[in-house]
Each structure stands twice: as C-alpha cells, then as structure tokens.
Design a protein around this ligand. Structure first.
Ligand SMILES: [Zn+2]
Length: 492
C-alpha cells in the first residue's frame, strides 16, 4: 500500500492551490536553517545501483516472483560492506519469502530503544503486455525511473539500504540502534514478514517506534509541494461473510422466508446504521488543522466536535461528507453478493461480503458482535474472513492501539528536514483508512509513523498500476531526507 493517506487528504482540500503559502500545522516550518547535506555523486550512484537491482528482481507473489532473491542480494551488500554477521539476519517462514533484518549498532550502550525502519520488498504483479516498458527492467526516461516498485516501495527500500551503507561507510556513531527490516508479502501472500517478525522474532525488531515509508509523503501540484502527510495511526481492515440459508423450493410457489430477502433486510439495516462517533489524538490534531483552513459552518463544526463533550449536531453535519465520516467512526459496507442457484428455484443461500474499516481501539471480534446485534436475526451467520480468504466462526480479539499523541521526537526532525527540502510545505499527521504493515506493530503496542519522503504529483500516483514511475529528482530528495532523518533519530 502506498499513498492513500496523502491522496485522500489532498482530495479533501479543494482549495489546495493556496495551501503552501499558509501555516497549517502543529510543526511550523523552521526558518533560516542550515542546508541539508546532499548525497555525493558516488553515494547517488550506489543508491541508483541498488534501486535498479531491486526493480529487476521480481518480488511478486507469483511463481516468477521471489522475495528472497532480493533480500539475499541486500544481505550480500551489507556483509560486503563490513556489517557484522550477527547484525544481519535473513529469516522467514518460507524459503521464497525471507525477510532481512539489519541492525546498525549504537556506538556505546544506548539509553533509548531502537528505531525500526519497516519496508516491504514485495510488489504487486505487473504484466508486460499492459506496460509500455518491461516492468521488471529499470528504465530511465525523460527524468523518470520506470519499473514495478518505483513508487511502492522499492524506492524507499533502496534509499534506506543506501542510507545504512553510507552511515556505516562514514563511521557514523549512533546513540541508539537503528534497525532496517525488509519484509515479504505486504501486498498479498501467506507469509507476511512484518507479522511474522513481530510474532517470532520480537527480539530482532523490538523498537521505541516504527518509521514505515509505505505511507504518507509529499503531494505535488504541478511541481509545487502542497502537503506532507504523516500516517500516525490506521484503521483495521476486516472482512465479514454474512450468510442467509433457506430450505429453498420451487419458484412457482414463493414463500416469505426467502434467503435473498432475509439477507437484503440485514444489509438494509447496515446501510442505515452509523457506528458511534469517535476521535483520537491523531484525528483531533488533523481536524484542528483542517478547521484553520476551512470557513463558515464547516470550520465552526470542526471546532465544535473538538469540544468536551463534542457537539453531536456538528458531528452529524460533518458526517454527511463521506471522507469526514470515515475519519469519525468504524465503517462497514457490503462489497460483494452471491445468491441463488437457478432462475426457477427459491434461493437456498444468499451471501454478502461486508468490508469493515475499524477505528483503532476496537477488535474485529467486537465489530462482528455488533453486526450480529444490528441484524438481530438468529438465522443469519456472521463469519470472519481472513486476509488469506479463510473463513472463521469468530474474528481476532486483537485491537490496534489507540494512538498516542504524535511524538515530538519523530515530528520535530521530520518537519525540520521536510522543510529544508520542500520549504514551507505544511506537515500534518493523518489517520489512514487503508492498511499497511504498521498494523502488526501497532497491535504489539509500538507506535508507527508512515512517511515516504517521496514527492509525487497527485495525479500521477501509479502504485499498483501500469507504467509505475518515479521522478529521478524525487528519488534524490528522499535519499537526502532519509540520510538526515536516520541521523537525527540516531542522535536522540
Ligand atoms: Zn506498499
């Protein structure tokens, strides 16, 4: 996943043309600061070579793909550079889905827990026939790098590998450990590396917080940076299967107890239902920032929902906007239907897939229970469907943590360095409605911040799509960002 937060946020701001000129965040841009150190020509050439190497290794979850080829190639680079073997771990649940965990050790005994950079190495399938170029060739053309993963997210994988190698080459003395995890199966597949590491190798990935470049980033409008979104929490993705069953019969003799009607009645209740209004420390900051940019009743309503207790009339008015609504509550929506077995028979089975995006702090099982209560029909079953498509009678009890307020330790350097690269761009935390690997760490109680430091034109988001590409200039900027950011975090 990449880019939903910033894209969604930008979509809210129809007036974004005027944004860059305005102070819009809790982290006002610093003025008159020292210029950032830029990567040298040889640093850049190494970073480009790593990027090219990763793009040209197919890491899709297909018979042609192999994540281990990519992670093992990076392992080789770290060992060749002189990283101690005990700090370089190639581990995983499947021979083709191995994860690489590299530890950049603090110079002395650290006072603080490590910082983890979490990067997925797999990419979404891409077909040569759909693309203008071979998706698994690194093509440089018209100021862009083309290839599957140039936006999601081999750009950041490569930039961070290059950063760790450069810090090591320069003999940088960190005050705390910095960890880089390059993982499998974020986009799909049965061997999600982030989840596997949290559950099987917590020792390798335990951290004060996680930086996940698979979200957030800088939105450009015709080359002008308009917003830098940082994902500070995300909703939990859950699918539920709703099933009505019936004895069926001949359709020439209809009966009222019809599986399709029964399912329709339940779905009608769902369509009319709103889960309770909620805010957390991230969405509070977000709506406070947004209120400063809005006008009239909308601005007043945004401030009114932040009052204690919140103004529920204002919440209801704002909830009419689907974007705001999805930030206020858990949402569930029917996305698939399947019913009946013949044109001339009463349906014996009617089934719907209901997709929920759960507000942090609630478990999938508690939402399943709420759906059962809402439907109030004991003849219906409500089952949980896992990401792998398996169906279970009950859902996981684990819930994403209610996010702590965005921490200055992360946001201060992030905003400072962002401002040095994209002067004046407002930085704001957001709640992501989609899902990334951050969720596994969030569920383990570790705060996660999603920021790619990659600037993309808002109408040129090609992650998962055809002819995926990244402006070469954006790659160099993200390289400069991660170098200074890793050092700033390592200095704390
Ligand atoms: Zn991604």
């Amino acid at each position: 996943m990449r880019r939903f937060a910033a894209f969604w946020f930008a979509g809210l701001l129809a007036f974004a043309a005027s944004l860059a000129a305005l102070v819009f965040c809790s982290w006002p841009s610093a003025s008159a600061q020292a210029p950032l150190p830029h990567a040298s020509e040889s640093d850049r050439s190494e970073a480009r070579a790593i990027f090219k190497q990763l793009i040209e290794i197919n890491t899709t979850d297909t018979p042609q793909g192999n994540v281990t080829t990519a992670t093992a190639a990076m392992e080789r680079r770290f060992l060749d550079a002189g990283f101690p073997a005990e700090d370089v771990h190639l581990v995983g649940a499947h021979p083709r889905k191995m994860n690489l965990v590299v530890r950049y050790r603090a110079a002395g005994t650290p006072d603080e827990k490590p910082v983890l950079f979490l990067c997925h190495m797999d990419v979404v399938q891409a077909l040569r026939s759909d693309w203008s170029t071979d998706p698994f060739q690194f093509v440089e053309k018209d100021g862009y790098y083309y290839g599957r993963g140039t936006q999601d997210m081999k750009d950041s994988d490569a930039a961070l590998v290059a950063t760790f190698l450069r810090l090591h080459r320069e003999g940088y003395q960190a005050k705390r450990d910095l960890i880089l995890a390059l993982t499998a199966d974020e986009e799909g597949g049965h061997f999600n590396g982030a989840s596997w590491l949290v559950n099987n190798h917590r020792d390798l990935v335990d951290a004060a917080y996680v930086i996940n470049p698979d979200a957030g980033g800088v939105d450009l409008d015709n080359g002008r940076p308009v917003i830098a979104a940082v994902e500070a929490t995300e909703k939990v993705y859950s699918d539920f299967q709703i099933t009505a069953t019936n004895r069926g019969g001949h359709s020439s003799v209809p009966r009222p107890d019809n599986a399709i009607y029964e399912l329709m009645a339940a779905l009608s209740k769902l369509a009319a239902y709103r889960f309770p209004f909620e805010l957390n420390d991230v969405t509070r900051v977000y709506f406070k920032n947004l209120a400063a940019r809005e006008q009239g009743e909308t601005a007043a309503d945004m401030l009114a929902i932040l009052a204690q207790p919140p103004d529920m009339g204002a919440a209801a008015r704002l909830s009419e906007d689907p974007s705001y609504n999805s930030n206020f509550r858990t949402t569930c929506v029917a996305t698939r239907l399947n019913a009946g077995h013949a044109n001339n028979a009463l349906p014996q089975t009617a089934q719907a897939l209901v997709n929920c995006r759960i507000f942090p702090g609630h478990s999938p099982e508690s939402i399943r229970q709420q759906l059962i209560q809402l439907f109030a029909d004991p003849k219906l079953t409500v089952k949980y469907v896992s990401d792998a498509g398996d169906v279970f009678d009950t859902a996981p009890e684990r819930k994403a943590i209610v996010p702590p307020p965005p921490i200055a330790q992360v946001f201060d350097p992030l905003a400072r360095i962002t401002d040095a690269i994209w002067p004046g761009v407002p930085v704001t935390p957001v709640m992501e409605n989609g899902a990334s690997d951050s969720i596994y760490f969030a569920q383990a109680g570790i705060p996660c911040y999603g920021y790619s430091a990659v600037a993309l034109e808002r109408d040129d988001v090609r992650a998962h799509g055809k002819d995926e590409r990244l402006a070469i200039d954006s790659y160099w900027k993200s390289l400069d960002f991660f170098y200074s950011f890793a050092k700033a975090l390592g200095d704390e």
